[in-house]
Design a protein around this ligand. Structure first.
Ligand code: 3PG
Ligand code: MG
Length: 367
């Protein structure tokens, strides 16, 4: 069954709409450093306002653990929202109440009180079965906002009907975090390039010595199984490492004791870039190295450049890879930058998420 969409809620003139957004934006000293997620909700907000609705928005911000914490107040978001969409109210951080993460009925009741309809545009949080995501659709007429709808369309197409060759580039620190999505991607991609901290457990599984690099002993067997599975997995052939004495050098795949691998080497970066250049669909998630440090940014930069230059349909998962793209000024050069890090990976893995199921249930009820 398809997701209910904004049009399904009409007429909305004079009606009150509760909008769940993902305004979990990066903050530094109480100032928003990137308002991408706020701007991403504007098409939905403007549509609702144009159709005469009164909009009350809500979101989580950070992980304040169920009690008020001024560091995570939504006040800075409220100020930015007032500039971008005057007239929209914004509640205080949902996670100031333990009822949010617990999906507590009393908390849901407070959220929906006085509201006529519910719109979920919080793609980045739709994998959380929290009160504000799965609660309101139990009672209110409910729909997906434009952002949520678009994210799901893009990722569904990539999952079910990608143009080939389909190349995925994965990075990030831990294999254990990504094993579900790797398994799912292996069934659909033509090749999978692996960099970032997690490549070292794969390299170790192949018998390489990895020095002091990140390593997950309990994932070695899983890596070995994946390497045996048939889909082309591309691992680094050179590594930039940091020695105990502070020297930075490029090595092959065997690192001496005491050296910590912190980026893919230039040969690997060029090979990954070639894979991307030849693809017709590209999914990239996770940096190739410690890109926050200039000495270890080149691998991520080369991959980002290749994704930006590619004529393929290019999708970048949220989180660190989206932040890297923004830092390199390349965010406008990819087809889709997801607003959800964890959510996009979980969707690719499972093909469905709790918040989507909740909306479909509401539609099935005819609410
Ligand atoms: C995110 O930034 O990943 C989303 O807003 C979800 O936040 P969470 O991981 O704290 O649930
Ligand atoms: Mg997260």
């Amino acid at each position: 069954m398809k997701l209910p969409v904004l049009e399904d809620l009409l007429p909305l003139d004079g009606r009150r709409v509760l909008l769940r957004a993902d305004f979990n934006v990066p903050l530094e000293d109480g100032r928003i450093t990137d308002d991408f997620r706020i701007r991403a909700a504007l098409p939905t907000i403007n549509w609702l306002l144009d159709h005469g609705a009164h909009v009350t928005a809500c979101s989580h911000l950070g992980r304040p653990k169920g009690k008020p914490d001024p560091r995570y107040s939504t006040a800075p978001v409220r100020a930015r929202l007032a500039e971008l969409a005057p007239g929209v109210e914004l509640m205080e951080n949902l996670r100031f109440d333990p009822g949010e993460e617990a999906d507590a009925p009393e908390f849901v009741a407070r959220l929906v009180a006085g509201q006529d309809a519910y719109v979920d545009d919080a793609f980045g949080a739709v994998h959380r079965a929290h009160a504000s995501i799965v609660g309101p659709p139990r009672t209110l007429p409910s729909a997906a906002g434009r952002l949520l709808q678009h994210e799901v369309e893009v990722l569904s197409e990539m999952r079910e009907d990608p143009k080939r060759p389909f190349v995925a580039v994965l990075g990030g620190a831990k294999v254990s975090d990504k094993i579900g999505v790797i398994d799912a991607l292996m069934k659909v991609v033509d090749s999978l390039a692996i960099g970032g901290g997690m490549c070292f457990t794969f390299l170790a599984a192949q018998g390489a010595t990895i020095g002091d690099s990140l390593f997950e002993l309990d994932q070695v067997d899983v890596c070995r199984r994946l390497l045996d599975e048939g889909t082309a997995i591309h691992l680094p052939e050179d590594i930039v490492g940091l020695g105990a004495d502070g020297t930075v050098a490029t090595y092959g795949t065997n690192l001496p004791p005491g050296v910590k691998g912190l980026d893919i080497g230039p040969g690997t970066a060029a090979a990954f870039a070639d894979l991307v250049a030849e693809a017709r669909t590209v999914f990239w998630n996770g940096p190739m190295g410690l890109f926050e440090d200039d000495r270890f940014a080149a691998g991520t930069r080369t991959v980002a450049d290749a994704v930006a230059a590619s004529r393929a349909f290019t999708v970048v998962g949220g989180g660190d890879s989206a932040a890297a793209l923004a830092e390199f000024g390349l965010a406008d050069d990819v087809d889709h930058v997801s607003t959800g890090g964890g959510a996009s990976l979980e969707f690719l893995e499972l093909g469905d998420l709790p918040g989507l199921e909740a909306l479909r249930q509401a539609a099935a009820r005819g609410a």
